[in-house]
Design a protein around this ligand. Structure first.
Ligand SMILES: [Zn+2]
Length: 151
């Protein structure tokens, strides 16, 4: 089992407090449930657009999270601004931009399973939660449907 964790300063988080009161709890709910989803699906903090609706989220709450700099836009969805600090175990920095770009270029900016061009993210061949490294030879480009099917 892996975990999506929050720390004991969450209730005073400046980013969270910047969300208007009437949206705050629902936006936090989406943030939390999407975090749990991403850990389970091993998407490394990437939340595809279509999952928002499955998780009962709405655009107003997505916008609140982006404005508060808790999420940022990504191709085909959204990404946690701070991700790996929320994970269990030792802190690991984000995949380096140079590695990310090298893997994308090697795989031709398409899913290595089906050739899709949208909603791409990097997939760990040996899972991140099984201590798979962030090295080029352990990473490949997958689209979200293929990533989910693999999971
Ligand atoms: Zn695919």
């Amino acid at each position: 089992m892996a975990w999506f964790k929050v720390d004991d300063k969450l209730h005073t988080s400046r980013k969270l407090m910047s969300i208007p009161r009437k949206y705050r709890l629902a936006a936090l709910g989406l943030w939390t449930i999407a975090g749990s989803w991403s850990v389970r699906q091993d998407t490394d903090g990437f939340i595809p657009d279509y999952v928002i609706e499955e998780l009962a989220g709405s655009q107003v709450h997505v916008n609140a999270l982006v404005t508060a700099e808790l999420w940022m836009p990504a191709a085909g969805g959204w990404r946690f601004v701070v991700w790996r600090k929320s994970q269990d175990g030792d802190y690991r920095p984000n995949i380096r931009k140079t590695v990310r770009r090298a893997v994308m270029e090697r795989d031709g900016y398409r899913c290595v399973f089906c050739g899709a061009l949208d909603g791409l993210s990097l997939d760990h061949i040996v899972r991140y939660r099984d201590d798979g490294p962030d090295s080029e030879d352990n990473l490949r480009v997958l689209c979200m449907p293929c990533n989910l099917e693999r999971g």
